[in-house]
Design a protein around this ligand. Sequence first.
Ligand code: SAH
Length: 479
Amino acid sequence: MTYLPLFLKADDEQPVLVVGGGEIACAKTEALASVGVRVDVVAKELGEAIIDMCDEHGFSYEQGEYELRRIEGRRIVIAATDDDALNEQIAHDCRARGILVNVVDNPPLCDFIFPALVRRGPLQVAVSTSGIAPTLARMIKQTLETIVPAEFERLIDFMEAQKTKLRKGLSQIQPRRLFSEDVIRGPIAEEVLEGNVQRAEELFDEALARYPDRHSPALYLVGTGPGNADLVTLKAIRLLGQADVILYDRLAAPELITQYGRKDAEKIFVGKTRCHHHKKQEEIDEIIERHLRDGHIVVRLKGGDPGIYGHAAEEIAIAKKVGVPYQIVPGISAAHGCAAYAGLPLTERNKALSVRFLTLYKDQLHDETFWEGMRYATNETLVFYMSSHNYGTLCEKLIESGFDADTRFLVIEQGTTPYQKEFPGAIGRFEEDYADNKFASPCLMIVGEVTRYYEEFKWKQPPIEEGNFFEELPEKEAA
Ligand code: SAH
């Protein structure tokens, strides 16, 4: 069967006729309504759902037999009754009058079929396998849904609004096309998609004024989640594809860069670990600044969420200083990832009403007020980032601060990755159970009663073999 892909004009004067009043007819009516097409319904029996649907959209419906007069003057008819002979009759009548007909679930009788549709306002992407494998068409549609940002309609409106300015600024078609491509693929569109339309307009005017210099720098701090590449956001993936320069450290899943980064993007490892500072923060800041001044789009990948122990404020300040647009893209923080992958909730009704994200630097370790404050945290869930070398002291100090020695904890190594491992215990027994254990990096400790769920609800099986998901730390500094 050959199909000609077309977009038919939907004419209010000539509503589509749906014959049938059951579930299938209702689904077709809904599909037509969703793209703004008017529908009339006629059926021997009208189900409640289709009546509600018609009322909602102001469509007419009538209970009655199918008769020839119903299709006279129509352009499009859908036969969706549960009577095969009747459907066939309708198809036959329509064909004889040159009316386009679709018979539900009967491709040989159809003049046209419905595609799977991705829709963002006036943008419509239709997918069809010529009726052969609708499931495949739907799968492709789903993939497309993830690529086309939800707010794309706003971008179309924005481009429409800039049209006159653009024609005046660039009278030749070719430069205009190139310029539009830059706008749609770059920082200006990103501002529009986030609803920062005024900012986008300023950037648009600046870019137009400087054309043909096509540099449009931006800084994006992008959270990559705790390691498992499936836990990254769609926006992170999109921005990785735009980056001229990608700064990453050992906590960003490596496949994110190879899969989504451009081949020609410059990739710079700026990893930092507790004792082994590959690059000092000032050096990282300096690299970011230099690239922004060179007009590059810089994506700074951050493990987890950029706002948690991630130097986000310092790096954003650079974009402010240079005067380029910037955005922060949240990620799933290690606390959320590790808890979910160990089967724990982080809060619990009437028990753990809040969660604290903490870390122990030397300052806190000997800061009496810090530990005094922990007195009030016995009914909370505590998540300790980074502090693995101090877990022993941490447990002791918590007990001194009033925590029951039986309070449970769970240490989670390499959470959400294939090498995730968990170590449960009670804070009063940490030294006995784990004093000699060297936890693999990265790991975190969750303290609180919610960790009891681990025994009951853990769903991720132990790793088949031990290994390192993240680049290993240099031996002598790994302690
Ligand atoms: N911005 C990150 C935290 C950076 S600090 C976030 O939101 O998660 C680095 C610390 O995060 C590590 O020392 C460790 O405590 C924790 N961490 C990060 N990824 C982890 C993982 N996959 N499993 C366990 N802990 C992790």
